[in-house]
Design a protein around this ligand. Structure first.
Ligand code: ADP
Length: 396
């Protein structure tokens, strides 16, 4: 038995989950927030307990140190060396990383070089990797890429219809994201359908703060809604999703607060989507409460959100020439019963019919009627488990 930790490092946060492997038993999970700021918060959950401490954590190395000390303090482990493997989520793997890899040789340097493709994420992911290398240099260290699952897309799908040199000279293409989540729910969906993964066609909809939808043909990603960066696709919590790119220079010209393209992209990433349209919140629960109360801005934001998701699902029925099932996952997909009902209500022509007795909070699995030609499945995602499994698989 060995202990493996799955790490998702953000610029000021570090999310982790500790497993006994290969049993896949979760021993503890936690989150460190506000790294580098005053009053950082470290939360540890284990044995039904939740412990929180507020302290100043200056960088990722210190965050990892605190996390390891907490594991000992709460007697989750007796010594550091019980942890034999660590898996790091890395957002951009570019065209180099088509699958998870052991972090050795020049892998870390390559991850840092790929920062141009994910400037908010890869440097933070690299900081997490470096922190573990410093504190636990002997353990198996694996990088799991959000983009790897999508490297099976065809060239006519991942290329943009722009001059070819931008791809050949500057690597501008669709990379996608949320790959571990799409991969996990697709394999769970095949099990639920009772068919081999290589015989099913699936549309997987990861709908959380970030939203991405994938067309999965026989287990492989054939198209996905996120693009060169995670800004593309349907509308999201704070991200616009797809818009006409001509809006960018137009806004620079007309809004004195927006001086350059980076400023507009910042608005599109952080002040748009549900938050920007509703003026209320990026959180679907707040939007649904606004809809209940008849708030006009919440209603239009909600209708836009549903509309953009429906259109991507429609597109992917075309990409796959039909599908066996649609999968809902992530915070909104797993929990927002009304959203699932409303999305499917407008897609009944495709052969999906929701059973209202199954489309209820807390129910997972098939939520359609027995006659529904295409199944609709609710499957909780588990990206950390995919990471822990990859560490186990690649261990020497
Ligand atoms: P992230 O992409 O940050 O991992 P999550 O997958 O946790 O995000 O999804 C967060 C979203 O899930 C938020 O918009 C939140 O409102 C929504 N959500 C969580 N629980 C519910 C619920 N019970 N009903 C509706 N929406 C929910």
């Amino acid at each position: 038995m060995s202990k493996t930790i799955a790490i998702n490092a953000g610029s000021s946060s570090l999310k982790w989950q500790l497993y006994n492997m290969p049993e896949e038993q979760v021993l503890a999970a936690g989150l460190i927030e506000r790294i580098g700021l005053k009053d950082s918060v470290s939360t540890v959950k284990f044995d039904g307990r939740k412990e929180e401490q507020v302290l100043d954590i200056k960088d990722h190395v210190q965050a990892v140190k605190i996390l390891l000390d907490d594991l000992i303090r709460f007697e989750i482990i007796a010594a550091y060396d019980e942890i034999t493997g660590v898996g790091h989520r890395v957002v951009a793997g570019g065209e180099i990383f088509k699958e998870s890899v052991l972090i050795e040789g020049d892998v870390l340097a390559q991850i840092e070089e790929l920062s141009a493709l994910a400037p908010l994420h890869n440097p933070a992911n690299a900081a997490g990797i470096r922190a573990f290398k410093e504190l636990l240099p002997e353990i198996t260290s694996v990088a799991v890429f959000d983009t790897a699952f999508h490297t099976t897309m065809n060239d006519y799908t991942y290329l943009y219809p722009i001059p070819r040199k931008y791809y050949t000279e500057h690597q501008v293409r669709k990379y996608g994201a949320h790959g571990t989540s799409h991969q996990y729910v697709a394999s769970e969906a095949a099990k639920l359908l009772g068919k081999p993964l290589d015989q099913v066609k699936l549309i997987t909809a990861h709908i959380g703060n970030g939203v991405s939808i994938t067309a999965n043909y026989h287990g492989e990603s054939k198209d996905t809604s996120m693009g060169f960066t995670p800004l593309a696709g349907p509308m999201m919590g704070t991200r616009s999703g797809d818009i006409d790119p001509a809006i960018i220079p137009y806004l620079i010209e007309h809004d004195p607060e927006l001086t350059d393209a980076a400023a507009v992209i910042n608005v599109l990433n952080k002040q748009s989507g549900l938050a920007g349209v509703s003026g209320i919140s990026s959180d679907m629960r707040d939007i649904l409460a606004g809809v209940e109360n008849g708030d006009a801005d919440a209603i239009v934001a909600y209708k836009m959100f549903v509309d953009r998701i429906q259109k991507y699902i429609g597109q992917y029925f075309a990409v796959l020439n039909g599908a066996d099932a649609l999968v809902f996952t992530a915070g909104i997909g797993e929990n927002a019963v009304a959203l699932r009902r409303d999305v499917i209500a407008g897609l009944s022509w495709f052969g999906m019919e929701i059973d209202p007795e199954k489309n209820v909070f807390g129910y997972t699995g098939d939520i359609t009627t027995v006659d529904s030609k295409v199944k609709v499945l609710v499957i909780p995602t588990d990206e950390e488990l995919v990471i822990a499994r990859d560490v186990e698989r690649l261990k020497k």
